[in-house]
Design a protein around this ligand. Sequence first.
Ligand SMILES: Nc1nc2c(ncn2[C@@H]2O[C@H](COP(=O)(O)OP(=O)(O)OP(=O)(O)O)[C@@H](O)[C@H]2O)c(=O)[nH]1
Ligand SMILES: O=C([O-])CC(=O)C(=O)O
Ligand SMILES: [Mn+2]
Length: 638
Amino acid sequence: MSTPTAPGPAGAGTAPTAHPAVVSWVNEVAALTAPDEVVWCDGSAGEWDRLTTQLVDKGTFVRLERKPNSFWCASDPEDVARVEDRTFLCSRFQADAGPTNNWMDPVDMKTVMTEHYRGAMAGRTMYVIAFCMGPLDAAEPKFGVQITDSEYVAVSMQIMTRSGTPVWDRLTAGTDFVRCLHSVGAPLYPGQVDVPWPCDHTKYISHFPEERTIWSYGSGYGGNALLGKKCYALRIASKMARDEGWLAEHMLILKLTSPQHTVRYVAAAFPSACGKTNLAMLDPTLGGWTAETIGDDIAWLRFGDDGRLYAVNPETGFFGVAPGTGVHTNPHAMATIERGNSIFTNVALTDDGDIWWEGMTDTPPPHLTDWKRRDWTPTSGEAAAHPNSRYCTPIAQCPTVAPEWDDRAGVPISAIFFGGRRATTIPLVTESLSWRHGVFLAATLSSETTAAATGRVGVVRRDPMAMLPFLGYHVGDYFQHWLDIGETTSPELLPKIFYVNWFRRGDDDEFLWPGFGENSRVLEWALRRIEGTAEAEATPLGNLPTPGDLDLTGLKFDHTKIAAALRVDPTEWVTELRLIDEWFATIGGNRLPDVLREELATLRQRLAAAASRHAATTDPRLDLAPGGGESRWSQPRF
Ligand SMILES: Nc1nc2c(ncn2[C@@H]2O[C@H](COP(=O)(O)OP(=O)(O)OP(=O)(O)O)[C@@H](O)[C@H]2O)c(=O)[nH]1
Ligand SMILES: O=C([O-])CC(=O)C(=O)O
Ligand SMILES: [Mn+2]
């Protein structure tokens, strides 16, 4: 039932499913896109071998000599990242997409895209992939079927999702599934030679939230083409989650065990390329602590019967940022890919059949093939790997994967960390004062743009809950949903919310915090706060540690920098408040919850009071933090 069908349109006889809606949809798409052949994927090792061999034969993949069952590939130089300006939320009413999404009327979008899809798979094979986001034995497993004309997508979906025969077996007639249609938009006409990375200059990544349908056209890049990931598990799922009373979030899930063997699970939301994978594979520098990985990109959070929030990782693989990943920063990611069974996209290829990227080792190899397939030497003057180059690798291979990563019930979350990449203003860590204050911090989260999306890098923008590019409905309603979640259970059962920033810089432009494994010190302080055993100082922003409140044992790092990383600078906050005002103004008065407006007013009052206290202080050293530590107010920038 899982072998490829003979050329010709799909039919019920060849399908590994009797689900009439799947079969009729596949037939309909095949009639529109005109593939040479339809293959129902079984997700088997044999299928992986067949497709990867095919990809090697046609020049898309290079089989690596130095890593088992692993492949290098380079995309079209224009198809390297998510395309936010070509990503659409086609809700029936524009007002439901909100100010953060590109909207187009669903009927108009389908009319336009249908013409792009017409004949788009000519000369190619259409693959039909059944997949499940989250454990197969979940109370309500979340199924999807992706149609694609890309072998790269088909094999990547094998890594990233539960797919194939076990899913077909469960996808019985009447079972709900999300329709995920994908074409690279590059038909092959008779005699035409294929290119290594087919795609179209025109791209559409469209979501039809009311129909739970995704149409993606023109790109082969992960976030645009592996539709289980951002399109389903975040955009469509966030809408499902709102309707059903749960949360679909851009979060890692981490298990922490203290030296006293206390186990805690935490989740953390950072924007793309801002440190989720790295924190998910944390190698704690703090003695006696163990960190284990449950997820690195997406968390689905639901209330358990005990009133706590439980998190599940809907994925089965990591699609991680390669540059900056090395034995010193993320040894566990390096060990994961060392085990093979991985796909590397837009990194550099070494002459002996291995991969390399900036930050993997201190010294680059003397010669490489760069991500544009050109000869590269250390004097080339350009990066050998694209800044958004990625590895795609199974989570089960991660040496730090927690045994419970696949548990149907998920893991109970004690703390949620929100964070952004900010060179200024945002302190290393802030503890929220309440759920609603935490939601305010998350709703005003900001970050510098990264190479994970096309467009300018390094521009500060608001990225609420690190979900700006992934919201499946109106951002104001999303904030209200977060506030409602906080009313669903007793306050002491809710995770405590913290706000972090690993990326603050000093006047010398160097990071003020060493990051990576040292982030365990911040997590440890947060967990001690939850247990009531850590000190903190009340500031206008929330509760912050002084450097003395953090466990800095053995940390070889300039402690004045750490004090600077923890500073609340009133001048910086004058600008920040203006930016938050602007952000809230874009949301629209009737959709922005009053609670958040009130939180902003309270923050403004607290900052004003602190600034006037500071102005009245002639000797800055009089304004000392409790415990005799130097106050963060003592070095204002004005
Ligand atoms: N300075 C500093 N850099 C970090 C830290 N953690 C991660 N990074 C760098 O940030 C970049 C992206 O980190 P990732 O962990 O891959 O980001 P992510 O949030 O998983 O990204 P997506 O997969 O795009 O959602 C890499 O270049 C890392 O080296 C940190 O604690 N400090
Ligand atoms: O979706 C992708 O392509 C990769 C990713 O995790 C992100 O951009 O946040
Ligand atoms: Mn991501």
